[in-house]
Write a protein that binds this ligand. Sequence first.
Ligand code: KG4
Ligand code: ZN
Length: 413
Amino acid sequence: MNILAIETSCDETAIAIVEAEGDTENARFSVLGNALVSQIELHREYGGVYPALAKREHAKNLVPILEAALEEAELLHEDTQAIPEEVRSAITKILEREPGLEEQFLEFVSECEVPAIDAIAVTTGPGLEPALWVGINFAKALALVWDKPLIAVNHMEGHILAALARQSPGKGRTSELEISNVEMPVLALLISGGHTELVLMKKWLEYELIGQTRDDAVGEAFDKVARMLDLPYPGGPEISRLAELSRSSADSDSQGSTLESPLPRPMINDATCDFSFAGLKTAVLYLLKNDILMNRRPSKDKNIVEIADEEKAAIAREFEDAVTEVLWKKTSRALEDSGAQTLVIGGGVSANTHIRRTFAHKIQEEHPHIDLRIPTNALSTDNAVMIALAGFYRAIRQDFATDIIANGNRSLA
Ligand code: KG4
Ligand code: ZN
């Protein structure tokens, strides 16, 4: 079955075409086409994702990306298609809120053959609603002209399935993936810009929320702390880079922080599997205001307070250490409480080198029977391949949608 998947929940416009076969227990995937445009550069000047801009950019990017993905999949064939008047007017209605998209869309579909795909999967939440709607309306319009069924995918289910997927052995190509030999229950630590949660899957696609953040998501904390350190958006990769620099620098103490007062590890010893990162972020703010900046006052020019690069790196490292320790402690508790056999880490923050390394090491040391699965970096951050994977799992359950709507707060459990 060929699935065309569309992802526009945040600041990545992505479309993938994935050939999928097998069943729940043993699914195999071949990524035929995968196109993605990141809007990060555009949002950088706002210090975060600006929803109206994201929506406009998705509308601008979708047709070119679709064309690129189909072309890569060798499914793009020129042909003149007559679009009946009633279909045209239905499309006008579907795309009326996406300025500029209708014209591009009609031009594209009237010049190419209906491609050999079997279903269209699209992210319907969680995410930014204006951004989600663009992808949904585009998917609806495609489903209508090409007469294909639609699948409404939960973005977080995509992150879980992408984390479970591994490169097929012996294929030697990153585009060949499979989901197999999964021992239940699966515990998923989902860490992204909008989420920090521990989810338990005892049966395929049935979820139980066993822990979540009570305030900020971990990715949000990375981004906010990065802003305090005057680092560009998105902050996660920047903090990670500086923290690694601090760890590898010759004069740093490789055993721990180089800061005089360590940052807190919020809720690390409480009995729940919940998290809190707002206090950690505030602690960084106070550290900067009270300790570092105060100490700087007697310097030559009172008005210019710059943090030295080494200081930034030391803070980034201590922040990353604090986050990682809390994430590990709670995950370890959840593994013990739930009897999980498999652990997956998904979401953008799972691209973090220190978190990946620490989890791999700790699992080996403390829970050697657990099968730890972490996606490749490209599958960790938002992408459309993960939406295709989830789309396949839904399609084999005949879970097709007749009408779909965006739900910014869509949950798994
Ligand atoms: O899953 P994702 O791509 O989008 C959402 O669904 O939110 O996650 C984005 C988040 C951002 O907060 C970004 O700073 C963070 O993931 N992130 C990282 C790293 N790469 C991305 N955080 C820490 N270390 C990284 N290497
Ligand atoms: Zn995500």
